[in-house]
Design a protein around this ligand. Sequence first.
Ligand code: MD6
Ligand code: FE
Length: 206
Amino acid sequence: MTPQREIDTGLEGFRLWPGALDSDAQAALLRDLRTAVATSPFYRPVTPGGRPFSVRMTNLGPLGWVSDRDGYRYQPTHPVTGEAWPPIPPVLLDLWRDLTGWPDPPDACLVNLYRDQARMGLHQDRDEADLNAPVLSVSLGDTAIFRIGPAAGGPTRSVRLASGDVCALTGPARLARHGIDRLLPGSSTLLERGGRINLTLRRAGP
Ligand code: MD6
Ligand code: FE
């Protein structure tokens, strides 16, 4: 794996490591994901208001983030198959340890699949038991325009997240508002049908 070089984002607590995964590591992670989704397929959740997400989702690890008419929560099983989520691949556990230095390993990894016009509205990640633990994000496939701004609201800025880039919300940016405005179609050849996969590693439970 290439040495991990962190760049200064100018937003305290928003950490970014461009190209943290080289192309071999990206391809290996994609193979791990293919194995996982064979038993734990992507599905399309709905918001608590009943609107389908444009992104499809699945999870890895002891807990997975889900959304339905009852709200947002973490649960140990896939809502469609009823089975436990597959394990988090070791490469992701290593990344978490090396980049965040957090003492406990992640217990949840949300996997988002973006195709075509899929996007993700501005939100905060606040369903985790300990909101001091970081959230670490890995991007694969087409470059995304990521938007981020202060928790309290106010001006946002946009950052491109390319395949292999890793970023984290930590400390003062842990509750930052963020989302995905759009993809840049054709910017990566990693996914055969195009699109983007984002993995977010979290400490969801106590
Ligand atoms: C995405 N990312 O990149 C959506 N959340 O597709 C997130 O929602 C996210 O990138 C928490 C921390 C980092 C993130
Ligand atoms: Fe998020």
